[in-house]
Design a protein around this ligand. Structure first.
Ligand code: AMP
Ligand code: MG
Length: 706
């Protein structure tokens, strides 16, 4: 069989309570690599959540026809002699089943591992082999210290751990790093995965590995140095471990990996890659930069010699050069509305999953309903939603069915209650009834393995319904884009503040913050900044460190006090885009420490138009969304206007009585017109003489996501 399409590496946890909501090391971390792409990491707070995630993810991968390797960082077997002493045979998988029968582990991580360890210890002479527990749990059956053990007769370590001082013996159950509790609480989960996936799953090195799913024991510390080399400053170490190991395994030549999986001890198990550390390290060293690649320095450069850039060309340049900058993370379905889907959602089960009835009525085989008048004896019992009828329905018989009930074998057609008369166990109805009437076919909506939702969508509430229906409980979404906003200008004061001569209130920032929130971004408010180069530089630095993008307003032209454009110019990665657009003066675009800066004009009208027309699709790309082109509508003009060639124009507009009205003034300081408007009329670049009733393109605020 070929290599693996998906590699999953799990860092397990033996906590007795849920891990904190904020990601920490003391939790379950999962690294996932698909097709050799950069790994995603998933943070899970309980073993129950991890078990559900694993079952769901592995099923989805298989539904998509993908082969899966899943590695877990706890021993799959115990030192020689243990399995036979517990189960009667030297079979580690029989031991998994025995542990699954003994261990109870709640949805909140509460578990009975100390009891299980005591019961296991009692099977052996002397004291041990398990040891380590909280002081209150210690007894002769489970000593608190390893040195208290004696005469239990089992080896301390497995062969695969020889000369591996970092590996802890699996008998040690307490204090951090003790892998013993993780195995006791992890092996039952693996046992249930085996039961769930049956012959499609095998466990290395105990079973031949020619299956769609292979489980293997891993140990990230085997390549601790390679992992450390990939540590990002703010990343939890466990997250680095799982992603680096998953990527290293995914990068091994398939033959080499297959050979590693086949090695090991049939009773004790084996750490995947033990003895091949150099190959793993080399694979880890070949991992490229894991975050989405930074934007190119010249992403805002304009073609030489261009003077006024048409709007469509400017948009085309942004579309070509900007790309997603935020990684993918896994979140619960219930919290995913408004987030951007990071990966396609593949149906793990069809919708509907089984053929069922769309109405309350009576079901039968189509042939029995072809007469002009039909009389069918009813079988006893009924089929209701969630309560299937046990057996088949014999030919020539009918059965009572309620909306949503799975059709029992022998039933493919349903007649509505209202169209029947039922009496003494017999129904009568007119025919012929169309075969399949009033039923829903399995998968008629979505087939198993179909792409139900495409990556790049901002998830709507109905999307959650669809994802849930096709079997998902969590979704891979992009980390929310963080956008900083800053108003510039010596004259700008805070809304509501006292005003001195020459000052005006900051109208742009509250508007921009509200827009960005509507678009689903996190807003970092950097406040106001006077026209002072050094102060502006400090704000830019803060945006560069804490945000994914920066929107400024004011100071974007080429005048003496236009420090935004001057600063970006200084950084060497700026272009002042003279876009052929009204309203809107030069838009300053640049990178500051790799973070894109959109220097919007200060005039609120121009600032809004530039934000809607340029910043929205550009920020969408950075956030992982598909490109936005606002949906406009051809409507009759309720105004007259003569337009010169050379610039695209956006007029503040609204629909009244089927016509687009425009605001009486085109002055770009007229904020009242923005508030009056319910959208924009877009007039094309060329000359135009608009007469009342001529078709014009109206784009409502809603099409811009407002
Ligand atoms: P600028 O782009 O800095 O030359 O500013 C153009 C015009 O917009 C000037 O009249 C500014 O006073 C005004 N302006 C700049 N920023 C804001 C703001 N945040 N709120 C309201 N008006 C502004
Ligand atoms: Mg200014």
């Amino acid at each position: 069989m070929s290599g693996f399409d998906t590699v999953i590496v799990v860092d397990w946890s033996a906590r007795s309570a849920p891990s904190p909501a904020r990601p920490t090391a003391d939790a379950i971390w999962i690294g996932t690599v698909r097709d050799g792409a950069a790994a995603d990491t998933t943070y899970l707070r309980t073993r129950a959540a991890a078990e559900a995630w694993l079952a769901e993810t592995v099923a989805a991968e298989r539904a998509a026809g993908r082969r899966v390797l899943a590695g877990f960082d706890f021993p799959f077997g115990y030192p020689a002699g243990f399995a036979a002493a517990v189960t009667g045979r030297p079979d580690p998988l029989a031991l998994w089943a025995a542990l699954a029968a003994e261990v109870t582990d709640g949805p909140d991580n509460a578990n009975n591992r100390w009891d299980v360890a005591r019961r296991l210890n009692r099977r052996f002479p002397g004291v041990g082999p398990f040891w380590g527990c909280p002081p209150g749990e210690a007894s002769a059956d489970l000593p608190a210290r390893g040195t208290e053990r004696r005469d239990h007769g089992l080896p301390e370590r497995r062969r695969t751990e020889a000369d591996l001082p970092r590996a802890q013996p699996c008998w040690k159950l307490y204090t951090t790093g003790s892998v013993g509790s993780q195995a006791l609480l992890g092996l039952p989960v693996l046992h249930r995965l085996r039961e769930r996936f049956g012959a499609d799953l095998s466990v290395a090195p105990f079973e031949a590995g020619d299956t769609g799913i292979v489980l293997a024991e891993v140990f990230p510390s085997l390549i601790a140095d390679a992992v450390a080399a990939r540590q990002d400053p703010d990343e939890v170490r466990d997250s680095v471990q799982v992603r680096v190991l998953a990527e290293a395994l995914a990068r091994l030549p398939p033959d080499r990996l297959a050979a590693m999986l086949a090695e090991g001890d049939p009773e004790e198990g084996w750490i995947l890659g033990r003895g091949h550390e150099d190959a793993l390290r080399a694979a880890a060293a070949a991992i490229p930069n894991l975050a989405p690649p930074p934007l190119r320095d010249d992403c805002f450069a304009l073609p030489a010699g261009v003077d006024w850039t048409p709007v469509d060309e400017a948009l085309g340049l942004l579309r070509d050069r900007l790309a997603v900058v935020v990684p993918v993370e896994e979140v619960a379905l219930a919290g995913a509305a408004g987030r951007i889907l990071g990966r396609d959602v593949v149906a793990m089960r069809p919708n509907p999953p089984e053929p069922n009835t769309a109405v309350d009525g009576y079901g039968f085989a189509a042939a029995a309903g072809q007469g002009a008048e039909n009389r069918l004896p009813l079988v006893t019992g009924r089929a209701a939603a969630g309560r299937p009828h046990g057996g088949a329905v014999p030919e020539g018989h009918g059965i009572r069915v309620l909306t949503g009930a799975a059709l029992p074998p022998g039933v493919d057609t349903v007649v509505l209650d209202e169209d029947t008369r039922a009496d003494a166990g017999v129904i009568a109805f007119r025919g012929p009834v169309r075969p399949g009437a009033n039923t829903r076919r399995a998968g008629e909506d979505v087939g198993e393995g179909d792409v139900a939702l495409r990556a790049g969508r901002r998830l709507t509430p109905p999307d959650l319904a669809l994802a849930a229906a096709v079997g998902h409980g969590t979704l891979a979404v992009r980390r929310t884009l963080r956008v900083a906003i800053l108003s510039t200008g010596d004259e700008i004061v805070e809304p509501g503040a006292r005003i001195a001569a020459g000052q005006i209130h900051d109208a742009n920032r509250p508007m921009l913050a509200a827009i960005l929130e509507r678009w689903g971004f996190d807003v970092l408010d950097l406040g106001r900044c006077p026209d002072d180069r050094a102060m502006l530089r400090a704000r830019f630095d803060r945006a560069g460190a804490e945000a994914d993008a920066l929107l400024t307003s004011g100071g974007a032209s080429a005048g003496d006090e236009d420090h935004v454009s001057a600063l970006l110019q200084e950084a060497g990665a700026m272009a002042s885009w003279r876009i052929a657009l009204k309203p809107g003066r030069p838009l300053a675009l640049g990178l500051w420490n790799g973070v894109p800066v959109f220097g919007l004009p200060g005039n609120p009208v121009a600032a809004l138009v530039c934000t809607l027309v340029f910043a929205r699709p550009a920020l969408g790309l950075l956030a992982g969304e598909a490109w936005h082109a606002p949906q406009g509508f051809e409507v009759p003009a309720g105004f007259e206007k003569r337009k010169k060639p050379g610039r695209r124009e956006y007029l503040r507009a609204r629909m009244r009585d089927g016509h687009a009205e425009v605001f009486h003034s085109e002055g770009s300081g007229r904020i009242s017109g923005l508030s009056w408007a319910e959208g924009l009329v877009e007039l094309p670049d060329g000359a135009l003489d608009v007469r009342s009733g001529d078709p014009v393109r109206f784009i409502p605020w809603g099409s811009f996501g407002l």
